[in-house]
Design a protein around this ligand. Structure first.
Ligand SMILES: [Zn+2]
Length: 152
């Protein structure tokens, strides 16, 4: 397993911040301990758990960013492809208000995920306008503002 170089990663701008979107093989490499530009990644445990959800979906991706106050540290982020744009999301357990379905959902309405964006409030307000998805089983309303819900 090789270490990674940020210059070779795919970078995009999300909420006016540069975000590095990892491919499957890059995600696996960092979760197995690869460093980026010689900087080891801390906090691998939670992203490893996220990866189980992300790797089963075509719309979710693991990403990394470096906020202005992070002293070179890399932070993990989950992105969800909505239309042709990646948006920041948080993975949570959700449930249907009409049937028994419970499962993983992705919500863009989390304050923490906008850390690093120069205008977090504007980013959060934009997220409120994203289209929500219904229950994967019955199409009913979910108990949270979800832009993605796991099939199963
Ligand atoms: Zn339902």
């Amino acid at each position: 397993m090789g270490n990674l170089n940020s210059a070779s990663l795919h970078s995009i701008v999300v909420d006016e911040e540069e975000i590095y979107v990892l491919s499957s093989s890059e995600s696996i490499a960092v979760l197995e301990g690869a460093n980026i530009d010689g900087v080891p990644l801390s906090e691998i445990g939670i992203p490893q758990f996220w990866w189980k959800i992300i790797s089963g979906s075509d719309n979710l991706a693991l990403a990394l960013h470096r906020g202005p106050e992070t002293f070179g540290q890399w932070w993990f982020l989950v992105l969800c492809l909505i239309g042709d744009e990646y948006k920041r999301v948080e993975l949570l357990q959700g449930e249907c208000e009409s049937c028994d379905w419970t499962g993983w959902i992705a919500t863009p309405l989390s304050n923490e995920i906008y850390t690093g964006s120069p205008d977090r409030i504007a980013a959060f307000n934009r997220a409120k306008t994203l289209p929500v998805v219904g229950c994967p089983e019955c199409g009913g309303r979910l108990n949270k503002h979800a832009v993605w819900a796991a099939r199963s």
